[in-house]
Ligand binder design. Structure first.
Ligand code: IMP
Ligand code: MG
Length: 191
């Protein structure tokens, strides 16, 4: 007798539930860009995209900003190929640009335990920026392990492992246009 296990397709079919559609995301990203533009006025800002999850969000967000914008990227690895983070997050890829005396806006895909953003904030503070703010597309408030709120936040979501619009499981699903919860049977670490 052979046992068959469900195989992921890495498409919409692997989602349990869609939490944010393409148009809901677009509308919210535009609103966030308006808030950010209003907040900074004519000040020059440096957007720091947290790779790879925030890549899609950042690409859409910066094209809606109406402030002079520079872009840099940082990488913090905490997940590997699992859905639970291994502590503490490591900062990879130092910034390419000098952010001393600059207004820095860190853009991340999701604020979960908060450990990643805390590590990035601590790291960037050493470079003495004029100001340091955070913008996240998703916020899983009930999972927080540290005291941290994003300055700009897109959607609050329940405690589920989500993928799409840049968010991955083991590097898959980043290309989906919507955000949805991944079926539990596809969340095993080895794939
Ligand atoms: P934190 O350090 O627990 O706040 O985790 C933040 C990082 O973990 C995010 O930048 C994501 O890359 C990743 N992450 C947290 N929750 C999810 C999820 O539900 N799906 C995909 N990635 C996630
Ligand atoms: Mg990330």
């Amino acid at each position: 007798m052979e046992t068959l296990t469900p195989q992921p397709t890495y498409t919409l079919a692997d989602l349990d539930e869609v939490l944010a559609t393409e148009s809901q995301i677009a509308e919210r990203v535009s609103a966030l860009a308006r808030d950010i533009s209003e907040h900074y006025g004519s000040q020059d800002i440096t957007v720091v995209c947290v790779l790879s999850g925030a890549l899609v969000f950042t690409a859409d967000l910066i094209r809606k900003l109406e402030v002079p914008t520079r872009l840099d990227c940082i990488r913090a690895d905490s997940y590997g190929n699992a859905t639970e983070a291994s502590q503490p997050p490591k900062i990879r890829n130092p910034l390419k640009t000098d952010i001393k005396d600059r207004h820095v806006l860190i853009v991340d895909d999701i604020l979960d335990t908060g450990n990643t953003l805390v590590a990035i904030l601590r790291h960037l503070r050493q470079a003495e920026p004029a100001s340091l703010a955070t913008c996240v597309l998703l916020d899983k408030k009930e999972r927080r392990q540290v005291e941290l709120e994003a300055d700009f936040s897109g959607f609050e979501i329940p405690d589920a492992f989500v993928v799409g619009y840049g968010l991955d499981f083991a590097e898959h699903y980043r290309n989906l246009k919507c955000i949805g919860s991944l079926k539990p049977e596809f969340q095993s670490a080895v794939q």
